[in-house]
Design a protein around this ligand. Structure first.
Ligand SMILES: Nc1ncnc2c1ncn2[C@@H]1O[C@H](COP(=O)(O)OP(=O)(O)O)[C@@H](O)[C@H]1O
Ligand SMILES: [Mg+2]
Length: 1005
């Protein structure tokens, strides 16, 4: 037995107890009784072992056997039932036990198994399957075998059962289904016995069917052919032969099926015998005479030596009849020759009636004699119109001398799209989310068997937990391993012996892992590790690959990875993940840096939620740097959820603050500072700042929230935040907080049209700004705009409005140059956009057009929503000025819509003014008038007055076109007055010029 450490796995357990052992103990002398019990135990143990199980424990005269540990087989449930039926049917060895009867209970379920601490010598398994098997055993009548629902499901149609309905079992809350096994079923096909009766429509396989069709055509033309179809289990070999038989072979043709099976590999010609028994229609209760009669009907009458065929077959099927024919009197070699001859004769006789399909399934389980028979058959094919379709797993190697009659087909897994189609077909009316379908496709690697079982499992869990609450319904990634696949997946791992440990470590790292990381985590001698990996690759569990210098491995099937992983005890999983995270941090700092999400994953799995949250925040930043904003937001929300489950502490607040602040920045970049989400995140961050005695983050948060308020045109609030910023900044030495405060104030004053004050703060900000501390190319945190670039952008417009056109242009240009030197695309875009606006205001509309176009292109390319609408507006208005009125208006209209979607209130009057200019140029005066009225109303509510003088001047233009001279004059006078109050020299001059012109025109010559 093994000394493996405990693990989780699916196990089938069998309890077998003697009936009425008390009576026996009263009847016998103790010594005699001991002999009987010994003999009984030895006998049961033999049978259990023969079927691949182990006896784990004796409890009095009960025997507890495990099927599926220490080594799993893909058909453990079936094996346990066969063992049970054999025990029931067996002849007991000693006379004292001759009339002995037993009760047997079998159950399958998830257990923890292995040598448990303090478990003594016994192999212990812990799990409800043990209790269930024990209860079923007490319920079973003498020599009856009861199985649970799970075992019943796994062994499928291989046996006849009586459904006992649900039973109230002691200790089980709910009534539990139970089945009594009656006997083995004579099944033709394991495929049909084990798969659900309703097949899903076939997906794809067009080219394979095409090839089979071609072969069938040549068979019909008289030339026999054979084809060996190979694939891993579950890819669809059996299904393909089914389809061949149904769709390609004509209905009146004969089809014969031979099935090899795992439990008759050492029975000569087992598939042939079984086929005759089925074809002849033998029933359980038939005596030999009846069976012979049935067999006789099966023998083709037209065969030249029908009588001999009949007697050889009767012998093969062990049917005796003195009066019909004498027993064969030949040497075994001779007998075999005759047998082969007869079998081929009978096939030939059938083939003489017309082309024939012979399917031989699962050759990897074939017995040597049948194997030889197939060799002979293939050798004779040239004269027989037979298509022999053979199926096998990859480990089977054909070794017949086939003379070119045998072709090979390797059946590939389904392509992803076909896999998705299959999942959808399986779901039918039952809906699961698209994301879950995609995950099933990811997990199952195009293996139809995996797809069917996993989809079924997911559908069941959705049905059980209610459509909306299940993990599957929410599209979460963790699926249980389907019960039906568990044994076959575990059997692959168990064959690996010590290499399994390596597979488990690999599985904890992930579906893919590098050799280097595995080596550091596993800490095994290099030679041994390479050896184990070689075995894993050779066994088809891993594939290895080399990208550049890195040797890496991947589990060929995601489900194999899952099986290896889930066999680890939970606490071992936790320890392993903690170890992996530590190794990554200590020895792979670059990976830790560039793939923080990987670390977050391991920390979370190691229950180290603080570290997990920290690395999720880092991961979000990395995602955002790659413009994966949606991913970044999801990562931050996950971090916040993790933190939300922690006890409240300053540490937790600090972490939450970090997450919210990052979230605010990412929303700023993704949806603009003006987005409500951005405002919410920063507001939350500010609240958290205030819960801590001193949080250096507060400046960044105030700045972020300030930017939100300014874009919402909430100038008072922005001003209050800016002032808080400056007050707090006074208490410390670092410069950026000062710059921040001044910038926010400068921006607010500018928008309100308080240009001189704006200029003072902006110049102050630029003065304090520390060139050396500017984050350099590639290093800057994405979403914070550079302070100098921001200051120069505001200043460009402020100075232009103040009539200092040259200085304004210079400020804008040098701001752009500075942004470019830093390399942050968002900042560059920002500078471009402001520079375009400054040029437009200064009436250099050609330059405005150039920069606005660049700004728009960059915004589109990088997906910076903030800059799209406003760039289009400036671009459209510039086009209008350049005389391209229609084109300009169209662009203005598009820009207006894009800008409106930003939830931004700031710059709205400016945008409306530009739109109105376009409308005036197009002589759409009424619309222009309405636009201006709207703009002025906004000015009244928000107080954004820097462009008010221009709004009034535009109103005067409309009035002039309507020949309303006095209204025009009034507008202009008002405009001049406002501009003068704001020191907006440019606008003052512009309106004054208009007024002079108005007076000139009006003045009598
Ligand atoms: N192309 C396909 N379309 C739909 N279902 C398929 C397809 N191929 C296989 N299946 C289903 O997948 C399961 C496994 O296929 P099977 O033929 O038993 O595999 P194999 O014989 O290779 O082990 C079966 O239930 C089968 O009906
Ligand atoms: Mg098959």
């Amino acid at each position: 037995m093994t000394t493996r450490t405990p693990e989780r796995r699916q196990l089938t357990v069998m309890f077998c107890d003697m009936v009425d052992s008390t009576a026996l103990s009263l009847r016998l002398d103790p010594e005699e009784l001991a002999d009987v019990i010994q003999a009984y135990r030895r006998h049961c143990t033999d049978i259990v072992n023969r079927h691949g199980g182990v006896v784990a424990r004796h409890v009095g005269d009960a025997i507890l056997a495990h099927f599926g540990y220490p080594r799993a087989h893909e058909n453990d449930a079936e094996r346990s039932i066969r063992a049970a039926l054999d025990i029931v049917a067996s002849k007991w060895p000693t006379p004292a036990t001759a009339s002995l009867k037993v009760h047997i209970g079998i159950a399958t379920g998830l257990v923890v198994v292995g040598r448990l601490p303090d478990g003594g010598e016994d192999l212990s398994a812990i799990g409800s399957a043990l209790n269930l098997a024990a209860r079923l055993q007490t319920l079973a009548g003498p020599d009856k075998v009861l199985v649970c629902e799970q075992t019943h499901r796994l062994a499928g149609g291989l046996f006849h059962y009586q459904d006992l309905g649900t039973q109230a079992l002691k200790g089980f809350e709910r009534p539990t289904p139970a089945f009594e096994v009656l006997r083995e079923r004579k099944v033709g096909s394991r495929f049909h016995a084990l798969r659900p009766p309703v097949l899903t429509p076939l997906v794809n396989r067009t080219s394979e069917l095409e090839e089979l069709r071609r072969l069938w055509e040549s068979v019909k033309a008289g030339e026999g052919r054979a084809i060996l179809i190979t694939s891993e289990p579950g890819v669809g070999k059996s299904r393909l032969t089914e389809v061949l038989a149904e769709r390609i072979v004509e209905p009146d043709c004969i089809r014969i099926w031979y099935h090899c099976s795992p439990n008759s590999q050492s029975t000569p010609l087992a598939p042939v015998i079984q086929q005759f028994a089925i074809a002849a229609g033998f029933a359980e209760q038939d005596d030999d005479a009846t069976k012979l009669r049935k067999l006789e009907e099966l023998v083709p009458k037209e065969a030249p030596d029908a009588a001999e065929i009949f007697s050889v077959l009767a012998h093969l099927l062990s049917l005796r009849s003195e009066d019909r024919f004498s027993p064969l009197n030949m040497s075994p070699q001779r007998q075999r020759q005759r047998l082969f001859h007869v079998l081929l004769q009978s096939l030939a006789a059938f083939a003489a009636r017309g082309p024939l399909l012979l399917v031989i399934e699962d050759l990897h389980w074939i017995d040597p004699t049948s194997d030889e028979l197939i060799g002979v058959l293939i050798d004779r094919l040239s004269r027989l119109p037979i298509l022999v379709a053979l199926t096998a797993r990859p480990e089977f190697e054909a070794h017949w001398d086939d003379k070119g009659r045998l072709s090979h087909m390797t059946l590939p897994p389904l392509e992803r799209q076909d896999a998705i189609t299959l999942v959808e077909l399986l779901c039918g009316e039952r809906r699961i989310p698209q994301a879950t379908i995609a995950q099933i496709a990811d997990k199952t690697d195009g293996m139809p068997l995996f797809i069917e079982d996993l989809t079924e499992e997911v559908l069941e869990s959705v049905a059980q937990r209610g459509a909306e609450s299940g993990a599957a319904a929410r599209g979460e990634a963790s699926f249980p391993i389907p019960t039906t696949l568990s044994a076959s997946l575990m059997s692959r791992l168990d064959r690996l012996g010590s290499a399994r440990k390596v597979a488990e470590i690999g599985a904890a790292i992930g579906r893919e892992f590098s050799y280097d990381l595995l080596a550091r985590v596993a800490d095994l001698p290099e030679e041994l590790l390479r050896d184990e990996l070689y075995r894993l690759v050779h066994a088809g569990l891993l594939v290895s690959g080399r990208s550049t210098a890195i040797l890496s491995y991947a589990f060929k099937h995601a489900l194999v990875r899952d099986a290896a992983y889930s066999s680890l005890l939970k606490k071992n999983q936790v320890a392993l993940h903690a170890h992996i995270a530590q190794v990554l941090i200590d020895q792979f700092p670059e990976t830790a840096e560039s793939e923080p999400e990987t670390l977050a994953y391991h920390f979370q799995a190691a229950n180290d939620l603080d570290n997990a949250a920290d690395y999720l925040v880092r991961a979000a930043k990395v995602s955002a740097r790659r413009s994966g904003f949606v991913e970044a937001i999801v990562q931050l929300e996950r971090a916040l959820t993790l933190l939300g489950n922690q006890a409240k502490s300053p540490e937790r607040i600090r972490r939450e603050l970090n997450a919210y602040r990052t979230l605010g920045g990412i929303y700023a970049e993704h949806k603009g500072f003006s987005s409500a989400d951005c405002g919410r995140a920063y507001t939350k961050a500010l609240e958290l700042c205030r819960e801590l005695p001193d949080a250096p983050e507060i400046f960044a948060v105030l700045s972020g929230l300030g930017a939100f308020e300014i874009t919402r045109a909430s100038f008072d609030r922005c001003q209050a935040l800016a002032e808080e910023c400056l007050t707090r900044a006074a208490a410390q030495t670092s410069k950026p907080p000062f710059v921040m405060g001044h910038l926010l104030l400068g921006g607010t004053h500018f928008l309100k049209g308080e240009l001189a004050a704006a200029r003072t703060h902006l110049e102050e900000a630029l003065l304090i700004y520390d060139e050396d501390r500017a984050p350099r190319r590639g290093k800057q945190v994405l979403y914070t705009q550079d302070q100098k670039s921001t200051g120069l952008a505001y200043l460009a417009i402020t100075l232009t409005l103040m009539g200092e056109l040259e200085q304004g242009r210079e400020a804008g240009e040098s701001g752009l140059a500075h942004s470019r030197s830093l390399g942050g695309l968002h900042t560059v875009n920002y500078s471009l956009c402001y520079l375009a606006a400054a040029h437009y205001i200064g009436r250099d509309t050609r330059s405005a057009l150039t920069y606005a176009t660049q700004s728009l292109e960059s915004a589109r390319e990088q997906g910076f929503a903030t800059w799209i609408g406003i760039s289009q507006i400036v671009r459209g208005a510039s086009l209008v000025h350049e005389g391209r009125i229609d084109e300009g208006l169209r662009e203005l209209e598009r820009g207006r819509i894009a800008h409106a979607s930003m939830e931004a209130a700031a710059y709205e009057p400016f945008a409306q003014a530009l739109l109105a200019e376009g409308l005036i140029a197009a002589d759409r005066l009424d619309e222009a008038h309405d636009t201006l009225v709207r703009a002025l109303a906004i000015v009244e509510t928000t107080g954004e007055r820097f462009y008010s003088a221009e709004l009034l001047r535009l109103q005067s233009e409309i009035a002039i076109k309507y020949h309303d001279r006095s209204n025009a004059e009034q507008c202009l006078r008002q405009s001049i007055e406002i501009a003068r109050g704001q020191q907006a020299k440019l606008l003052e001059l512009r309106s004054s010029a208009s007024l002079r012109q108005l007076n000139d025109v009006a003045a009598p010559k």
